[in-house]
Write a protein that binds this ligand. Structure first.
Ligand SMILES: Nc1nc2c(c(=O)[nH]1)N[C@H]1C(S)=C(S)[C@@H](COP(=O)(O)OP(=O)(O)OC[C@H]3O[C@@H](n4cnc5c(=O)[nH]c(N)nc54)[C@H](O)[C@@H]3O)O[C@H]1N2
Ligand SMILES: Nc1nc2c(c(=O)[nH]1)N[C@H]1C(S)=C(S)[C@@H](COP(=O)(O)OP(=O)(O)OC[C@H]3O[C@@H](n4cnc5c(=O)[nH]c(N)nc54)[C@H](O)[C@@H]3O)O[C@H]1N2
Ligand code: SF4
Ligand SMILES: [Mo]
Length: 732
C-alpha cells in the first residue's frame, strides 16, 4: 500500500465492505478493491462512486438555519458554534415544557457510522426513551425477536454450510456484495440453495429449489416446513430434548397447518414444500440468513420466530456450518455499554412509545431479558444491529401529530431520511410540521432536511477513523482510516452528541475529546490504543467457539431455547408462532403490492444525485406480470399510477415475466434531487413507497407494530407523464 492509500469501511450501504482509498492533493481520488485476495471482490459500483459522493458540489458544508416557513427550503448560513448553542437552548426549552420524553431521535447508524452510541447515551442521561431507526424494518427488529428464542442474533457460517435458505433475500453483484460472494462460494463447494420468492429473482434463477410463494405468507410456509420435519422425524431429538422448552405445545400448533392448508395459503405445491423442508432438515449444516422480508410483514414476529425455531430444532445452532451465537467481542467495548441503558429510569423506560401496545423490540422486552443476557453475555443490554431497545416509529410519529399520550416536540434525524423511511409518509409530514425543533445531520439536502430548523453538515467515511464491529452481530473488527480532512464545519455524529452533551452539563459523562479518544476507550478492553490497532493489521477475527450454551445455557428466562416463548407470554402475546392473513386484495384494489425494491445503483433513499449511478437507473419502475399488464390494457413503458386506499405513486411500468401474477412491485426511496426548488420537498411524494402503506392496526404486526410491506392491496391506473416530471432526468 502506498503512503497515501488507506483502508476504509464503505458506508454507502450497510454491509460495510473494506476497501482502499487513494488520495491526491488532499482529496479522495479513487476508492478501489481491497488488496487481500479474500476481500478483493467485495466491492460494487456504489463504493467505486464514493469519491463522487464525497467530493460532490452539492455536499452540505456549512450549518444552515431555516428562514421562512418550515419546508420552504430557505436558509441562512451560520457558524457551528451558533447552531449548537441555539439547538441546545431550544431543546432545553422543549424538555422543560414537556419533559425529556418529548425529544425523539431517528437514525440508522451505518452511514453515520461513528456515533458510538453517544446518541443513546445522551438520551438516557437526559431521560428520553424515544429513539427510533430504519433498522426497525431491517436486521434490527430481526435481532430483537431472535433473542426471545435463544438470547442472541446468530450469523450464518457461509464458509462451511451445505444449505442456504433465502426467504426473499436477493444479494447480487451490486447489492450486499460480500453476501453474494459468500453464497456463490458455498454454491461452488456444492451447497444447495433454496429460494422462497414470489418473483424469479436473481438468486431464484440459479437456485436448486425455488418456491414461488404468495407475498406475505412466509410464516405459513415455515409452519408447513415444521409439519414435515415433525411428521417425518427429521428434527434433532437429542438437542431438542435437552435444550428446548415447549416442543409439545409447538407440535400441537404446527398440526394446525397440514400441507394442504399451507399449499392453499402460500400457493406452492405441497410436494415442493415437503422437498424443500427435507433438503433443509437433512443438510449437514444449514443456514437461514437474515432477510428483510420477514421483518416487514404482518406476521413478522411469528415468521422471525419460525426461522429461529427451524434453526434450533434442526440442530443448526452454534455448530460448524450452521448459525453461530457470537456474543460480544471481548476486546472491544460494545455500543450497548456506551449507551448507558441502565441509567434510564424504569419510569422513563415505561414511557417509551410502543412499550404497552407493541413491545417486542422496546425496553419492555429488554427488561425481561436483561438478567439472562447479563448471565450469559456479561452485560444486561445486548443491543444487536442497534435494534433491540427502540421505540415504535409509528407510535412516535402519531404522538408527534396528536400529542397523545404526550407531546413529542423536538425531533432530530441523523443520517436518516426519516420522512420516506417508515410507513405512512403522510403522517410523518404532519408530525414534522407539528414540531418546535427539528435538526437534521446530513451530507445532502434531503426532503427530511428540508423540513428542519437546523441542518448540520456531516463528515463521510473517508474523513474519519473507525473500528467497525458490525454492531455486535459478529465479533469481527475492521479498520477504517481517515484519508482526508472533512469540510471545516462538518462533524461526525459522535462530535455532534459530545458537543450537545457539553451544553447540557453532561460533560463529565462524555470525557472524550475526539473520535480517537473514543476508539482508544473502546479498544482499552484489549489493552490497545487505536494507533496500535492500526499498526497491527486491517482486520481481526476471533476464533469461533461452538456450543457455548453447554457452559452458560441460553440467554433466555429458562436458559433453554424457548420454542414456547415465555417473553411473549409475559408481554401478553401468543407464545407460539402463528400465521395471520394480511389485508387481502379486493375488487377495488385487485393486486398484492410488495414494496422495498432496491435498485443496484442506490442505497435506500440516497445517490439519485450521483450522475454515474443515476444514469444506470434514471427512473423508478413499477413491475407487473405480462398477463396482468394485458388485463389492464397496459404496455411496458406506460406511465401509471399505483393507487392504494392511502396514497398513490407515479412511475413507468416495467412488464416482466419474472414477476408473479397478481402482484405489483414498487421501489423504495425515490425522490428527485433535481426537482429541489421546483416541486415541494424535491418530489418526495411522487414515487415513494412510504405513501402507499398505512400504519393502522390492521396493517401492523401485533407484537412489534411494524407495517405489512409485503402484499397490501393496490391497483394500477394509466396516466400521462405528469407535468412535474418534465424536469426529471431521463423522463419522457
Ligand atoms: N444496491 C442496493 N443494495 C442493497 C440495498 C440498496 O438500497 N441498494 N439495501 C440493502 C438493505 S438495507 C437491505 S435490507 C437489503 C434488502 O435487499 P433484499 O434482501 O435483496 O430485499 P429486496 O430487494 O427488498 O427484496 C428481495 C426479494 O424479496 C421478494 N419478496 C417480496 N415479497 C416477498 C414475500 O412476502 N416473501 C418472500 N419470501 N419474498 C418476497 C422480492 O420479489 C425480491 O426478489 O438490500 C441491501 N442491499
Ligand atoms: N418505506 C420504506 N421504508 C423503509 C424501507 C422500505 O423498503 N420502505 N426499508 C427499510 C430498511 S431495510 C432500512 S435498512 C432503512 C434504511 O434507512 P437509512 O439507512 O436511514 O436510509 P435513508 O433513509 O436512505 O437515509 C440515509 C441518509 O443518510 C445520509 N448519509 C449518508 N452518509 C452519511 C454520513 O456519513 N453522515 C451523515 N450525517 N449522513 C449520511 C444520506 O444522505 C441519506 O439521506 O429504511 C427502512 N425504511
Ligand atoms: S456493497 Fe457496495 S456500497 Fe455496499 S459497502 Fe460494499 S462497496 Fe459499499
Ligand atoms: Mo435494510
Amino acid at each position: 500500500m502506498s503512503a497515501d492509500t488507506t483502508y476504509s469501511v464503505c458506508t454507502i450501504c450497510d454491509i460495510g465492505c473494506q476497501l482502499r482509498t487513494e488520495v491526491e492533493d488532499g482529496k479522495v481520488k479513487r476508492v478501489i478493491a481491497h488488496d487481500n485476495p479474500m476481500l478483493a471482490s467485495n466491492i460494487c459500483f456504489k463504493g467505486v462512486a464514493a469519491p463522487s459522493v464525497h467530493n460532490h458540489p452539492d455536499r452540505l458544508r456549512v450549518p444552515l438555519k431555516r428562514v421562512g416557513a418550515r419546508g420552504e427550503d430557505n436558509w441562512e448560513e451560520i457558524s457551528y458554534e451558533q447552531a449548537m448553542n441555539e439547538i441546545a437552548e431550544r431543546l432545553k426549552k422543549v424538555v422543560d415544557e414537556h419533559g425529556p420524553e418529548s425529544f425523539a431521535v431517528s437514525t440508522s447508524g451505518w452511514n453515520t457510522q461513528t456515533t458510538h452510541a453517544t446518541d443513546r447515551r445522551f438520551m438516557n442521561l437526559l431521560g428520553s426513551p424515544n429513539w427510533i431507526s430504519g433498522v426497525s424494518l431491517c436486521a434490527g427488529n430481526t435481532a430483537a425477536v431472535n433473542k426471545f428464542t435463544y438470547g442472541w442474533f446468530p450469523m450464518g457460517d457461509f464458509g462451511n454450510t451445505n444449505c442456504i435458505v433465502l426467504f426473499g433475500h436477493n444479494p447480487r453483484k451490486h447489492s450486499w456484495t460480500p453476501i453474494y460472494n459468500q453464497i456463490n462460494a458455498a454454491r461452488a463447494r456444492g451447497a444447495k440453495v433454496i429460494v422462497l420468492d414470489p418473483r424469479v429473482s436473481d438468486q431464484a434463477e440459479v437456485s436448486d429449489l425455488h418456491l414461488r410463494l404468495r407475498a406475505g405468507t412466509d410464516a405459513a410456509m415455515c409452519l408447513g416446513w415444521l409439519k414435515v420435519i415433525f411428521d417425518e422425524d427429521l428434527y434433532d431429538k437429542d438437542f431438542v430434548g435437552e435444550w428446548c422448552t415447549g416442543l409439545d405445545e409447538l407440535k400441537a400448533r404446527v398440526d394446525e397447518y397440514p400441507l394442504d392448508r399451507v399449499e392453499q395459503i402460500t400457493g406452492v405445491d405441497r410436494e415442493l414444500i415437503a422437498e424443500a423442508a427435507r433438503t433443509y432438515a437433512n443438510a449437514d449444516g444449514a443456514i437461514i440468513p437474515w432477510t428483510p422480508i420477514t421483518d416487514m410483514q404482518i406476521s413478522s414476529t411469528s415468521a422471525i420466530r419460525l426461522h429461529s425455531i427451524l434453526r434450533a430444532v434442526t440442530g443448526n445452532l452454534d455448530v460448524v456450518g450452521g448459525e453461530s451465537l457470537g456474543g460480544f467481542n471481548q476486546g472491544y467495548i460494545p455500543e450497548s455499554e456506551i449507551a448507558l441503558h441502565e441509567e434510564l429510569s424504569l419510569g422513563q423506560k415505561e414511557k417509551q412509545l410502543g412499550f404497552d401496545k407493541h413491545p417486542a423490540y422496546t425496553y419492555r422486552a429488554a427488561e425481561i431479558l436483561k438478567g439472562p443476557t447479563e448471565k450469559v453475555w456479561g452485560y444486561p443490554y445486548a443491543d444487536i444491529v442497534m435494534g433491540c431497545h427502540m421505540a415504535n416509529p409509528s407510535e412516535v410519529f402519531r404522538a408527534m401529530v396528536t400529542e397523545e399520550p404526550y407531546p413529542i416536540k423536538a425531533f432530530f434525524a441523523l443520517g436518516n431520511n426519516a420522512l420516506m423511511s417508515y410507513p405512512n409518509q403522510h403522517q410523518i409530514l404532519k408530525a414534522m410540521m407539528n414540531q418546535d425543533l427539528i435538526v437534521a445531520h446530513e451530507i445532502f439536502m434531503t426532503p427530511t432536511a428540508m423540513l428542519a430548523d437546523y441542518v448540520l453538515p456531516g463528515d463521510v467515511f473517508t474523513e474519519r477513523n473507525h473500528v467497525a464491529d458490525s454492531w455486535s452481530w459478529t465479533t469481527r473488527l475492521s479498520l477504517s482510516q481517515k484519508a482526508v480532512e472533512s469540510p471545516a464545519d462538518a462533524t461526525s455524529t459522535f462530535q455532534f452528541w459530545c458537543d450537545l452533551a457539553q451544553r447540557f452539563g453532561f460533560g463529565n459523562r462524555f470525557p472524550w475529546e475526539n473520535l480517537e479518544d473514543m476508539l482508544d476507550h473502546r479498544l482499552s478492553r484489549s489493552g490497545r490504543t487505536f494507533a496500535e490497532f492500526e499498526q497491527s493489521g486491517f482486520m481481526e477475527m476471533q476464533t469461533p467457539q461452538y456450543r457455548k450454551y453447554k457452559k452458560t445455557g441460553f440467554a433466555t428466562p429458562s436458559g433453554k431455547v424457548e420454542l414456547y416463548s415465555s417473553v411473549l407470554e409475559e408481554m401478553g402475546f401468543d407464545p407460539l408462532p402463528y400465521y395471520r392473513e394480511g389485508p387481502l386484495p379486493s375488487e377495488q384494489y385487485p393486486y398484492a403490492v410488495f414494496s422495498g425494491v432496491r435498485e443496484d445503483p442506490f442505497f435506500q433513499t440516497g445517490q439519485r444525485n450521483i450522475p454515474e449511478l443515476r444514469s444506470r437507473c434514471p427512473l423508478p419502475s413499477i413491475f407487473v406480470h405480462p398477463e396482468d399488464a394485458e388485463t389492464e390494457g397496459l404496455v411496458d413503458g406506460d406511465w401509471v399510477k399505483l393507487e392504494t386506499a392511502y396514497g398513490d405513486v407515479t412511475a413507468q411500468l416495467a412488464v416482466q415475466t419474472s414477476m408473479k401474477q397478481g402482484h405489483l412491485r414498487v421501489p423504495h426511496g425515490w425522490w428527485y434531487p433535481e426537482l429541489r426548488g421546483k416541486v415541494k420537498l424535491g418530489g418526495a411524494f411522487l414515487s415513494s413507497d412510504a405513501v402507499l402503506c398505512s400504519d393502522d392496526d390492521e396493517f401492523l404486526d401485533h407484537e412489534q407494530g411494524i407495517p405489512h410491506f409485503k402484499g397490501y392491496p393496490g391497483r394500477l391506473v394509466k396516466t400521462e407523464m405528469p407535468e412535474v416530471f418534465k424536469d426529471v432526468q431521463g423522463a419522457s
